[in-house]
Design a protein around this ligand. Sequence first.
Ligand SMILES: [Fe+2]
Length: 192
Amino acid sequence: MAYTAKDYSKLIGMAGFSETLLKNHFTLYQGYVTNTNKVLDLLAAMLKEGKTGTPEFAELKRRLGWEFNGMRLHEYYFENLGGKETLDPNAPLAKKLVESFGSIEAWEKDFRAVGGMRGIGWVVLYQDTAGGRLANFWINEHDAGHPAGCQPILVLDVFEHAFMIDYGLKKADYIEAFFKNIGWKAAAARLR
Ligand SMILES: [Fe+2]
């Protein structure tokens, strides 16, 4: 069962994100979907042909996490964008943020700071499903550094392609634009 790239064109027109930047980003995402399908097909064929002991099989297996997460993280990211709503302070997510960070302001400060770190990657607000605590994680590559068994709540792409067309090196301005467009309803619905 192949994965299908989702259509996020409704995000075009969002304040602070040019059409060129978004279209490039959608194309990049579609590449991850194509490659996830391709790698899964190749691995299935190798399994059938008895080629699981080969270096090719091992390398493709390593690649799968990168392609799959490249696909899925972009879906989380695009789906937690395009919102006009603010975070309802009485929503369970807001309460959980306060519980985990002391205040929503403290969470936001931490999340922005992680986004401002030198390097390319992802910022993910994760919920530890064993206990419920929320924490912001820096993910350097798609396939490395994710906390096991945790649920992504809010995902921010800080690879250069996510902002350089519009903001050059001003990553903080891009993060500001991200904050103005957070789809809090989508993020809140991810809470377990
Ligand atoms: Fe991206």
